[in-house]
Design a protein around this ligand. Structure first.
Ligand code: AKB
Length: 320
């Protein structure tokens, strides 16, 4: 049977790249991009796009039936920093969108769901180094609480309604195709933009804040590998830990300096420092490795080279 895939949140950090990757595998017309706002030129011009406010359950059902959708990737969410500024919207959007999509599967309209969780499910009482899959989880941000509740819903829908929902606890994601999206880890995206355009960056976290991060190419590959794994291999239905690479603002600054010697980083902590301090510094992902063969490709050096190369070309093209 031909898969028809709906991506909700195609204008965001993951969506921008995932739509293109899935269109290469499943063909342009079988991957429907959707978002409340238009997506990148590449996404808008390579296949179908539907304007969708994910709070509108009726419209979601209409789109799913119109295209005979079989799989949904629900990427729309308010990230940690943005959700702290509007807690009601953060909670409503993150929770309702999720239950709308889970219910599509429960009622037999779709067969498979991808829903990203986050390292934000952990909190200040979680062991910080090499954080295990199963551990204390007391998140203290709206975003983290919504992701933790979402993980519990995933497992509940799998256990009680056999809903095939798959999930990854993403670390901070770094990519060059889209702009930062309101997350605490987004300093590690902003730093590249400012290094290339201004040779300097004023970081909102302190120099030694270690956080787990991942290059977008690895994150997209992980998502597709998890979704394409045989059902029997998926032993964890809440969400899988993925480790990525751990570094501090000082360390990434030093790596960027190797390519842009004039680059200078300064520091001015804001409210996001407290969020970062509540998250792990590094993550243990042995379950993902064992269950579905996860393997990281990009380290800090390789990611920095690729980011600087591609972002520089992007800015050069924009200035022509
Ligand atoms: C954020 O910083 O809010 C996100 C995340 C870690 O999920 N990038």
């Amino acid at each position: 049977m031909q898969e028809k895939i709906l991506i909700i949140g195609s204008s965001g950090q993951i969506g921008t790249e995932l739509v293109t990757a899935l269109r290469k595998i499943y063909c342009e017309n079988n991957v429907i991009a959707s978002d409340i706002k238009p997506s990148s030129y590449e996404v808008m011009n390579s296949g179908p796009f539907e304007k969708l406010d994910i709070m509108d359950e009726q419209l979601l059902n209409f789109i799913v039936k119109k295209y005979k959708v079989t799989q949904v990737y629900l990427l729309a969410a308010l990230l940690s920093a943005t959700a702290e500024k509007n807690i009601e919207l953060g909670w409503a959007l993150n929770m309702r969108s999720h239950s709308h999509v889970l219910d599509l599967a429960r009622h037999g309209l779709i067969k498979k769901i991808f829903w990203p969780s986050s390292i934000a499910v952990f909190g200040p009482t979680t062991p910080k180094i090499n954080t295990p899959q199963y551990t204390v989880m007391e998140p203290n941000t709206v975003y983290g609480i919504s992701k933790q509740a979402g993980e519990r819903w995933n497992e509940y829908y799998w256990n009680n309604f056999n809903v095939d929902v798959r999930s990854i606890r993403f670390p901070g994601l770094i990519g060059w195709k889209s702009n930062p999206g309101g997350g605490t880890t987004d300093y590690a995206v902003e730093i590249f933009h400012e290094a290339i355009t201004k040779n300097k960056y004023n970081c909102f976290l302190n120099p030694s804040t270690m956080l787990p991060m991942m290059y977008m190419k690895d994150a997209i590959r992980a998502t597709i590998e998890l979704m394409e794994s045989e059902t029997k291999k998926i032993k964890i239905r809440s969400s899988y830990n993925l480790g990525g690479i751990s570094f501090s603002p000082k360390e990434i600054g030093e790596e960027i300096k190797k390519h842009i010697p004039k680059f200078n980083i300064s520091y001015n902590e804001d409210f996001r420092q407290k969020i970062a301090d509540s998250w792990p510094a590094s993550i243990n992902d042995e379950h993902a490795q064992k269950d579905w063969g996860w393997n990281l490709e990009y380290d800090l050096k390789k990611m920095t080279e690729d980011m600087i190369k591609n972002l520089t070309i992007k800015y050069q093209r924009q200035s022509i």
